[in-house]
Design a protein around this ligand. Sequence first.
Ligand code: 5MM
Length: 338
Amino acid sequence: MSTGSEDAMKKCIDTVCRLLIPGKGLLAADESLGTIARRFEPLGILSTPGTRRDYREMLFAVPMLAQHISGIILFEETLSQTNAEGRLFPDWISDLGIVPGIKVDRGTVPFFTGSRETITEGLDGLSVRLGEYALQGAKFAKWRGVIHIDETLPTMNAIIANAVSLARYARLCQDTGLVPIIEPEVLMDGSQNIIRSADVTRALLEAVFDALYAAGVCLEAIILKPNMVVPGAASGSSISSGEVAQQTLDVLRRCVPPAVPGIAFLSGGQSPDMATRHLRDMVRMGSAPWRLTFSYGRALQDEALGVWRGQAANIEEAQAILIARAKALSAAAHEADA
Ligand code: 5MM
């Protein structure tokens, strides 16, 4: 099975190298309209194009952000917004020395009427959209498939359908010269123990790599963005950071070929401290064949958002909190290289 053109693939490899610079990680700032409204609402911030723009400008303008952040995942709206000086966000981010990317999925819908499982939409017309995003300056893309877990879920049907969608998306990205960030997420909601979480994560990753092979995706030009293997948030079990690191690495070693250059974890609702510790412990364990880093949304942003609260007067303090978290994550991701 052939992969994309040589030129497109060269672009992808170049972007992968820039994203996986040792000790740097990704900032996921691609909240869709519903998600950002849910994050703003408890803080009394109305979600409008203007407040979303102000918030993203506050994040991206953090002094020295590029020392710790290699790439930023944007939401489609942000791609055509400008900073206070009138610079388009993707151009401004590039000038800061950070690679701009774009979330290209259209979100999840129930798998069928009444189903509690979901499938991610957005494949129709994707090839054309990818070409447009590339013209707007995006160098990489992201698609998230979501797997729900409980005593009876997930079904193989949902696992395979989400895996096949991720693979088709990834192939179209590489054909366009965009690096696909492949995000298969087993949610941490629920009362499952860590062993069940490991089993489901393994089943999902096996299906994803089967689908990637079948679609002719070049593994050297992807970044995997998986969940960590943790017990369900409602399980009440307290597990050491070392065990989370061990269980996660065991699953990844079983399923992820060493040809994959990097794994950039999602935080999935873990606290910022926990998401930092878990990454640090995995990196400390050493001997992983892929670069390990972060691609966090909430674990990078929540502390800063809580301080900013939509007020210009709080910008400096919020930015100081964000850079401190980014620095801690950078250090966690860099231990293996120390
Ligand atoms: C930042 O949130 C992203 C967008 O979510 P929606 O499409 O649901 O609005 C999300 O995909 C994010 O990129 C990843 O899940 C990682 O975020 P967390 O908060 O889990 O680290």
